[in-house]
Ligand binder design. Structure first.
Ligand code: PSU
Ligand code: MN
Length: 303
């Protein structure tokens, strides 16, 4: 296993000294955001985690090596190279075997983080049940991975391009706890709220940490989602988002896009439809989530 995984010096030291660590994914660098916003978000997220007193560990695959703590050069490769793969758990070991460069999704990133006992993880929005799942059965492996591991995932809900109500239900079915940080409702990613109630709203970071310790001691070995709303000044109206998504879904079916290509395609297409408004929203919520994750990890390990 050792030669297949490589921890950066900083992450290894943080593990040895039991410092708070936040894992970050890399599919949003390789497939979620365009260049150069992807590089900037990757850097800003690391800085946000550090500013809040924790160590960031961006996870990805470089030339078949699973790296925990990507360097600036690694991030550049994932952000710019044309042949970078999108890797979830079904194609993870194959990607290592083929010596690929790959961005890891939420599902594979938390699987790797778990191996090294890194509990906190931040992203923009998790994957979930797709709008046409009734016909396609397309449900993100993120949900199953959250149910197989025990991570604390800071996110703005699931991506708006999904069926958010079905995603909310399936999270419950898979025994994933859905809590809010200063919100009574699960966020809708680019917009602040859906109609789905969180299992508990917490107003304080310290209260979330107390709860997480109880959750951990009960040993259900399931993840907890910690919902953080998009910052107010970048939040979009649900009505507008829904219209852009409708147009984008139509394009996807015209081009016959499906499988693991659908999420990157829709995010990119909605961005075009919205004149870059969703990109700006995406950037701001990802960094904001990294900041909260850093604060949570710091608090969690200081008591
Ligand atoms: N959040 C974003 N953009 C993204 C993703 C999340 O703002 O591109 C990625 C995550 O890596 C997530 C993946 O795990 O999309 C889900 O893809 P799929 O629906 O194919 O499982
Ligand atoms: Mn899928």
């Amino acid at each position: 296993m050792n030669s297949l995984f490589e921890l950066s010096k900083e992450v290894q030291e943080a593990i040895d000294l039991k410092k708070p660590i936040v894992a970050l994914e890399s599919t949003l660098i390789s497939h979620g955001l365009p260049y150069p916003e992807n590089i900037n978000v990757a850097k800003e997220s690391i800085i946000a985690v550090q500013d809040s007193g924790s160590v960031a560990a961006t996870i990805g695959i470089i030339n078949g090596k699973v790296k925990i703590g990507l360097s600036k050069e690694d991030i550049k490769i994932l952000a710019k190279d044309s042949n970078v793969q999108k890797v979830s758990n079904h194609n993870f070991s194959l990607s290592v075997y083929r010596k690929e460069n790959a961005g890891t999704t939420v599902s594979s990133t938390i699987a790797v983080a778990s191996k090294f006992n890194i509990k906190f993880f931040a992203t923009g929005g998790i994957g979930g049940v797709h709008l046409n799942a009734k016909e396609t059965y397309d449900v993100s492996s993120d949900l199953y991975s959250l149910s197989e591991h025990s991570n604390y995932v800071i996110c703005s809900g699931a991506k708006s391009i999904l069926d958010l109500d079905k995603t909310y239900q399936l999270l419950e079915t898979l025994s994933i706890t859905r809590i809010g940080f200063k919100t009574n409702y699960m966020p809708g990613f680019w917009y602040p709220e859906t109609d789905n109630k969180v299992d508990n709203n917490f107003e304080e970071i310290s209260a979330i940490c107390s709860f997480l310790k109880i959750h951990e001691n009960i040993k259900q070995n399931k993840s907890v989602l910690i919902f953080n709303k998009i910052p107010k000044d970048k939040a979009l109206l649900k009505e507008n988002v829904d219209n852009w998504i409708k147009a984008s879904v139509k394009k996807a079916s015209e081009y016959n896009i499906s499988g693991k290509e659908i999420t990157p395609f829709l995010i990119n297409q909605v961005n075009k439809e919205s004149n870059n408004l969703t990109l700006k929203a995406n950037v701001s919520l990802i960094i904001n989530n990294a900041l909260l994750a850093g604060k949570l990890a710091k608090e969690y390990y200081s008591n």
